[in-house]
Design a protein around this ligand. Sequence first.
Ligand code: HGY
Ligand code: MN
Ligand code: MN
Length: 424
Amino acid sequence: MATTSGNLRVDGARLWASIMEMAKIGALPGGGCGRLALTDDDKRGRDLFASWCEQAGCAVTVDEMGNMFARRPGRNPDLPPVAAGSHLDTQPHGGKFDGVFGVLAALEAVRTLNDAGVETEAPIEVINWTNEEGSRFAPGMIASGVFAGLFDRDFAYGVRSPEGETLGDELARIGYRGTESCGEHPLGALFEAHIEQGPILEAEGVPIGVVSGAQGQRWYDVEVRGRDSHAGTTPMPARKDALAAAARMAARVEDIALGKAPDAVGTVGQFDVSPNSRNTIPGEVRFSVDIRHPDAGVLAAMDAEIRDSFTAIAERGDVEVTIAQIWEKPPIEFDARCVKAVREAAAGLGYAHQDIVSGAGHDACQVCTVVPTGMIFVPCEDGISHNEIESATPEALEMGCNVLLHAMLAMAGGVPETSGSLHP
Ligand code: HGY
Ligand code: MN
Ligand code: MN
């Protein structure tokens, strides 16, 4: 006899155990995970995820970008599924929870429905999006971006890693270059549960973030070209020192972000020096720039300041600079019905909750342009993420997973008389 879906609760211990099991793949000495997109470890994580989904009675399909969809049938197979998911790829020194929580929380929701014998009106799907992080293949959120029509598939296939491999070749190499056209897979609604990756919820003592939207961001590749020459014999005025100029430019990124406090952030994450020899003045430096702000106009102003100041620094150093913007993501707002379903689920469970804007980018921020989408945040310790020490409590993850389950049920016709439902 199926229980009414209103009193369903997930199995927090099972969710935690699955996250810890996944964390063994690409495990790092500092306790985190290094499962870069489309590496053998990513394949191992995908294979484990697919086996769990099949054990839960789901049919798994893979599209051209390697996005994985695990489908749990509903009463009406013609309705577009209500889905939830995130990503299994990590940063080089990533944590156990970024992305993985969202994928395995969605799987836990399916496991809970199975245990309770609850049949939803619409199918339910669990999704793993390819290459959310964009660390090995930039830009990030590229596969959810192709799904949303924001990137062309062949552009994505041609993106190269720092070692020169293409995304398309690596996808085929690990056996996850599916045949389903990316973007054709119908979705009725999408949810993504994620750790906040920032300090707000923990500081407020609030267990659930009802994510209203996300800030905008721009990514750049910058190249500074000077001239290799001898560190001992080249007088200072005669130098074309690419590193001295690039270092000033990197410092300007921080200054420009600080100048737009409190909301602007600016980061130089990659910095490659050539020939990288202690007694040769560097002739070439390549570095990345990541700037973010909730307001598109302020982002545009930061862009102008970056271009002006980098040009002036290059002239002063008698070097050349090229600034290539490789990605621009405007600020987004999530679908009001999905946000409401998240808020009502948290309230129905008796969990304190607050609205929050995401500082991080997520696959949900791409897919929301074509599918009604919502997100749920849970706190992480000290707001630290993209770091092996990333930490969240089993209790916080269980609460976030319960909210995810009930938000999905509200939209999948699993719970009648819910205002947000797509399937009355
Ligand atoms: O960069 C981001 O915002 C995401 O965490 N990958
Ligand atoms: Mn993430
Ligand atoms: Mn991340």
